[in-house]
Design a binder for this molecule. Structure first.
Ligand code: AMP
Ligand code: MG
Length: 486
């Protein structure tokens, strides 16, 4: 089969990485193939399923035109700079221009050791690979910018993670794998010229409407996309878990689904990651942590800006701090729609905040709560709202909301449909994901496939799938821990 590779990264910035090939695996077996995405990429799904296709997806063979490279980057991990990270277990195979004319990276993750592996084995485990597949596909289904998953292939090899676990390779598709950490590496270790070349590559690829050689404009553009992205995460109860600067894309896509999770009961202080002992990346901290990462990006771009140093510093700071206001605006827009409000009202922020106050006090399921609000309008049963103990507080809020909805100038019930288009009924709930992965580990992929199908239609309530909309047992959520080292 033909892979229409056209590899600009290797061509422009080939020195920014190591030209190494994936390390073959013993007996590749396809676990999942994203046919819709394959078609979008101009790849033949049947060809990908064939032994030759699976060999490419496993890293056992190179497709024609593929020019594999392990990219170099740095990263601030939990606030501390690690000067050189890089793809320790990933290979960019190449880029294709998809059927919409968008350039996409096709990369393998778990594809063997590279010069950036440090002590690692270069491999990935089936569970986390399928987890990334599920969650990234959900994010796409709810219209959040994200890397995608094209395929998961079992390697037939064991990987040691305390105990031997089955290995797998994920094929990840991204607008690019260029990260804040990519520029951090060049700003700290590269020449000015290398940094400038990489920044120009980023501009041309992700922000073609911006003028070249205007690093401050680029900074603001990345700030805008990240602010918009994080506001989307907040509106879905998504906790990324490891917002290090190596896990922040310059394109504005969500990347790296290691320890991510979703809120069950609404508590802004929630975090699950085993390596995040202080909750640095807890739900409520995500906007400020994104802004922190963007301040690191500003430091990389400053040396390329022309002007008086103090004035430039002040300007860069202002552009980074603009994140707060931009995020806040997107956040409010997102939550306004969740309440069925299309027009802008002066009381909207208070309305959202008061509802979240009730959700916190009553430990209401975040996803179920917003879904129930539409049911209030339709006079249908509201299982999440029925748990509320402080009924007067809820009724007071409901009346205010109904009055506000009335101001929309259309029948109040008609807002329910708008709400259902932005409030998913099905999310990859933590307990469902774990259940699917446990079954896959035992050799049964059916629960994974079923969950994947459910979360690909996240807004549609379906008969027989009620179980998928129910929250976890609070005891499960209390004890839930996610892991990075996948
Ligand atoms: P992550 O936590 O997945 O963002 O990874 C952080 C860094 O560790 C990246 O440079 C990865 O390439 C590297 N890394 C993670 N797991 C492995 C592994 N099993 N072998 C080699 N490098 C790894
Ligand atoms: Mg990473």
């Amino acid at each position: 089969m033909r892979w229409p590779f056209d590899n600009t990264f290797v061509r422009d910035l080939g020195w920014l990485g190591a030209r190494v090939e994936p390390v073959p695996v013993r007996s590749p077996e396809l676990l999942a193939l994203n046919e819709e995405l394959a078609a979008e990429l101009g790849l033949d799904p049947a060809g990908l399923r064939s032994p030759e296709g699976v060999a490419v997806l496993a890293g056992n063979a190179l497709a024609e035109g593929s020019e594999p490279i392990a990219q170099a980057y740095a990263g601030h991990q939990f606030g501390q700079l690690t000067p050189v990270l890089g793809d320790g277990r990933a290979h960019l195979l190449g880029e294709v221009v998809d059927t919409h004319g968008r350039r996409r990276d096709i990369a393998l993750k778990g594809s063997g050791r590279t010069p950036f592996s440090r002590g690692g084995d270069g491999r990935a485990v089936t569970g986390p690979v399928l987890r990334e597949y599920l969650v990234s596909e959900f994010m796409h289904a709810v219209h959040v910018p994200t890397t995608r998953s094209l395929a998961a292939v079992a390697t037939g090899e064991r990987v040691l993670r305390g105990r031997p676990l089955p290995g797998a390779v994920l094929t990840r598709v991204a607008a690019s794998h260029l990260r804040v950490g990519t520029l951090v590496l060049l700003a700290t270790r590269g020449s000015r010229e290398q940094l400038a070349d990489a920044v120009e590559h980023v501009r041309a690829r992700h922000y073609p409407d911006l003028p070249p050689h205007d690093p401050m404009a680029l900074l603001s553009a990345v700030v805008e996309r990240q602010a918009r992205l994080v506001a989307r995460w907040m509106s879905l109860g998504f906790i990324h878990g490891v917002m290090n600067t190596d896990n922040m894309t310059l394109s504005g896509e969500t990347i790296d689904y290691g320890p991510c999770a979703f809120l069950d009961a609404y508590d802004p202080e929630t975090f699950f990651s085993s390596v995040d002992s202080t909750g640095r990346y807890r739900y409520s901290a995500q906007p400020s942590m994104a802004m922190w990462g963007l301040a690191r990006l500003a430091e990389c771009l400053l040396p390329l800006a022309v002007g008086e140093p103090d004035a430039l510093m002040t300007e860069a700071q202002e552009r980074v701090e603009a994140f707060a206001g931009i995020h806040d605006q997107w956040w409010l827009d997102n939550f306004r729609i969740k309440l069925g409000l299309v027009r802008v009202g002066a009381e909207d922020r208070e309305l959202v905040e008061d509802l979240l106050g009730i959700a916190t006090a009553e430990t209401l399921d975040f996803t179920g709560l917003f879904r129930d609000l539409a049911r209030v309008l339709r006079r249908e049963p509201t299982p999440t709202l029925d748990r509320i103990e402080d009924v007067p507080r809820w009724e007071e809020w409901r009346e205010r909301w109904l009055v506000r909805l009335d101001g929309e100038g259309k029948p109040v019930w008609s807002s329910a449909d708008i709400m259902d288009e932005s409030n998913p009924v099905h999310i990859p709930r933590n307990h469902l994901v774990e259940e699917a992965l446990a079954a896959a580990h035992a050799g049964d992929l059916a629960p994974f496939e079923q969950l994947l199908e459910v979360i690909r239609s996240p807004f549609a309530e379906q008969e027989g799938l009620e179980r998928y909309a129910e929250p976890a047992d609070p005891a499960f959520t209390r004890g839930y821990v996610t892991y990075c080292g996948t």
